[in-house]
Design a protein. Structure first.
Length: 762
């Protein structure tokens, strides 16, 4: 629980009345029957000929100055027609006006019924305007003015409304003749009409009054949360000033809203009631305090044990799963934010960001929510009954602008790595004046990422593409951030890495001083060789070759560490030697990298490495490891002619020539190797069939389980037998036919041996 979350919720709890000093919009309508004395029925949209008739029928509109009513075309130029000369009607106009008043009530924050009293019809022809002024109270109880601009062709004539340092500019044009534009504002607002540049602007003016006569003596003003906004901004500034990386404060604050909103309608402009009031106040306070504010969808996922309900089955027909269970203890719970919106209505691609409990304001605000979805699962096997449920609420989310990267880091590497990559690309392409700020941003984000790096992340050292550690290291190398490079190398890479990360590690080491490179490579090898032997051998080989002629780059210590870490016979059963099972090319590449790297560092170490691998033939098999390694090394000019390669070649050639000396005669009868590991009656029959020089086929009529067992024994022993199933009759028959697979394998092996000998004979 944090004090700031409690304090913020308490302040926002006082903001209940929504609304602003003005409201504007468009609404579909059926044109009213508009009849003007001396003109007659007026068609809408307004026709040019009738516009001229209305102008001729109107009188100059006056304005008030103190106790006087003045006509001055330099202050106000427009015509007016009084309500006694205008008749408004039509079946649908009353309903349209009611819809407008409902939107006006919400927009102005009026929580009681209001009436609209028609005041006059105003006509602004080309050049018409009204300078800045404030309306007077024309009737008792008037609190606001409503302007309804009827469809007509005009341009210009924008309505400007000002209130307490804020200004709104409203064009009040509609693109569809079936729509009408309207605006309402409190009577104490200063406003003006800009000159009409073309056409004729026709507007109905209404006085807005409270419907309740008992309330008319009390003045009604726009919602004013200036004091509350100032207090909230002060609270947020204190948070911003102390929200450093080591401060015991939440990275962000999440304020759940009262109303439900779908993702499609999520937006500041769609907020309702008190939510709209809170959104408006918090928008201003966040701006004043240097905070980022977003609207997001808060999703809570829970799962746990379900229990049988006490009333299950007590009523007839109540046997469905939902009635059978009730939620019990929660085992897993996740809270996350998504579907981000900015105050200006645009989307923000922040992805999914988790929420900590101390970030919710007020604390415990999500404890008693009703779930949007809930599912129960009956017990199966050893698993008891369980439930899953989810809650979705809209929430206002804010954080100090300088702490964006701390918030983004909460989403994990899936969000931060692309963001860091974009920052580095922008830094590389930026003008010199902008590069320093982008570099600092990239470094700041990288520090947050490294600080939140998973402590026990599982690493696939055989992956074909760079790991997350390799990706951030490559970006840091582009950036030249040596301090963070060292942190990643010592704290992350040294825990294990893959061969695909070697490019990034080399690029990062290249940013450091030679002596520091040497120390870090030795540290990486010492910490990683047990689980990343192939990657360490490749890194050391590349470093030795790249820096062989550089001064102060003696890698003997790292090579000695790697030589000591080489597996021997005792290592075959250890978990850390899993690299031996990863594939022929990878393991052969380890030996090739050892000879290449050690040879560039110290030829004596290379010979010791060959002595080691030759001493453990069960670990470093000739055909799987050493022969492919020797063939690879013979293509490398750097090691050709070295003693280490000569010893390896000699051992490999001796092995190949011994096998090539064996005869390759094809079988002269049907006798085949009969060493079957199983001694059951069926497998004994199989062994006798294999040893029979005259039988080429054997048919086993048996149940499926026995047939499958015999097939398994054939595969396990590698017998030269093809099998098929004869499905005629019951039970089916397993047909076993001898082949010459072993002889054919020896022929293929002989061809490979000849090719290897040719390559190894220099």
């Amino acid at each position: 629980m944090t004090v700031i979350a409690t304090d913020l919720a308490a302040l926002l709890g006082t903001v209940r009345r929504p609304g602003d000093f003005y409201v504007a919009g468009e609404i579909a309508f059926s044109p009213p029957s508009l009849d003007v004395a001396s003109v007659g029925p007026v068609a809408l949209p307004l026709l040019p000929i009738q516009a001229r008739q209305l102008i001729d029928a109107a009188e100059p509109a006056p304005f008030g100055r103190g106790e006087q009513t003045i006509i001055d075309p330099t202050v106000r130029r427009c015509g007016q027609i009084g309500p006694d000369r205008v008749r408004l009607g039509g079946r649908h106009w009353a309903r349209t006006l009611e819809d407008i008043l409902a939107r006006v009530s919400d927009g102005l924050g009026v929580d009681e019924p209001i009436d609209a009293e028609f005041y006059k019809l105003l006509i602004y022809d080309q050049g018409g305007f009204f300078v800045s002024h404030r309306d007077t109270e024309k009737v008792a109880g008037m609190f606001a003015t409503l302007t309804v601009v009827l469809p007509s062709h005009f341009s210009g004539g924008d309505l400007i409304i000002r209130h307490k340092g804020r200004e709104a500019c409203l064009a009040l044009h509609t693109g569809d003749p079936g729509d009408v534009a309207f605006a309402a504002f409190y009577a104490d607002c200063v406003h003006e009409i800009l000159p009409v540049s073309e056409g004729c602007r026709l507007a109905l003016i209404y006085n807005l009054l409270r419907r309740s006569r008992s309330g008319r003596g009390r003045a009604l003003h726009p919602p004013d949360y200036t004091a509350e906004q100032a207090r909230i901004a002060a609270l947020l500034r204190r948070w911003t000033d102390t929200a450093g990386p080591d401060a015991a404060l939440p990275a962000k604050l999440v304020y759940p809203l009262e109303h439900a909103y779908t993702p499609a309608e999520l937006g500041f402009a769609s907020l309702k009631g008190a939510d709209a009031a809170v959104g408006g106040v918090l928008t201003g306070a966040a701006r004043d305090a240097g905070c980022d504010l977003h609207l997001a969808l808060l999703t809570i996922e829970e799962s746990g044990a379900a229990e049988y309900a006490d009333t299950y089955g007590s009523r007839r027909g109540r046997w469905d799963t939902a009635d059978a269970f009730e939620a019990g203890e929660v085992f897993e719970r996740s809270v996350a934010l998504s579907d981000w919106r900015r105050p200006d209505g645009t989307r923000s691609d922040l992805g999914e960001i988790p929420v900590e409990e101390d970030e919710i304001a007020p604390p415990g605000a999500c404890d008693d929510l009703a779930p949007d979805e809930e599912q129960f699962h009956e017990a199966t096997g050893n698993e008891g009954a369980s439930f899953e449920r989810s809650y979705r609420r809209a929430a206002l989310v804010l954080w100090p602008r300088a702490r964006l990267f701390a918030v983004l880091s909460q989403a994990g590497l899936g969000a931060t790595l692309p963001y860091l990559g974009d920052l580095v690309r922008r830094w590389a392409a930026a003008d010199p004046d902008c590069r320093a700020a982008l570099w600092r941003d990239a470094q700041d984000l990288a520090e947050h990422m490294v600080g939140r790096w998973p402590k026990h992340d599982w690493r696939d050292t055989e992956r074909k593409e760079p790991s997350e550690a390799g990706q951030i290291l490559g970006l840091l190398a582009e950036l030249g951030d040596t301090a963070t490079i060292e942190t990643v190398l010592t704290g992350i890479i040294a825990g294990g890495f893959g061969k695909a990360d070697t490019d990034a590690i080399m690029a990062a080491l290249g940013q450091l001083a030679p002596l520091r490179r040497v120390a870090l490579i030795e540290l990486i090898v010492a910490e990683s060789a047990a689980g990343s032997l192939g990657a360490c051998a490749n890194l050391l080989a590349r470093a030795a070759v790249a820096w062989a002629t550089s001064g102060n780059c003696d890698l003997t210590g790292a090579a000695t560490r790697l030589l000591t870490a080489l597996p021997s016979g005792a290592a075959r059963a250890t978990p850390s030697s899993g690299w031996q099972q990863s594939g022929r090319a990878v393991v052969a590449g380890v030996v090739a990298d050892l000879v290449l790297g050690f040879g560039a560092i110290d030829p004596v170490l290379a010979e010791r490495a060959i002595d080691h691998v030759l001493a453990w033939p069960k670990v470093y098999g000739m055909d799987a490891v050493l022969v492919p390694a020797a063939r690879c090394l013979c293509q490398r000019q750097l090691v050709r002619g070295t003693a280490a390669l000569a010893r390896l070649r000699t051992a490999c050639l001796a092995h190949l020539r011994r096998r090539m000396a064996e005869k390759l005669a094809a079988p002269t009868d049907w006798r085949r190797d009969s060493k079957i590991p199983c001694r059951c009656p069926r497998c004994a029959d199989l062994a006798r069939f294999l040893a029979n020089p005259d039988a080429s086929t054997w048919v086993l009529k048996a149940a499926e389980a026995e047939r499958a067992h015999v097939q398994h024994s054939i595969r396990q022993a590698g017998s030269d037998v093809d099998t098929t199933i004869d499905r005629s009759g019951r039970p089916y028959r397993l047909v076993c036919t001898k082949n010459q697979a072993s002889h054919e394998r020896r022929l293929r092996q002989r061809q490979r041996d000849l090719e290897a000998v040719a390559e190894l004979t220099l």
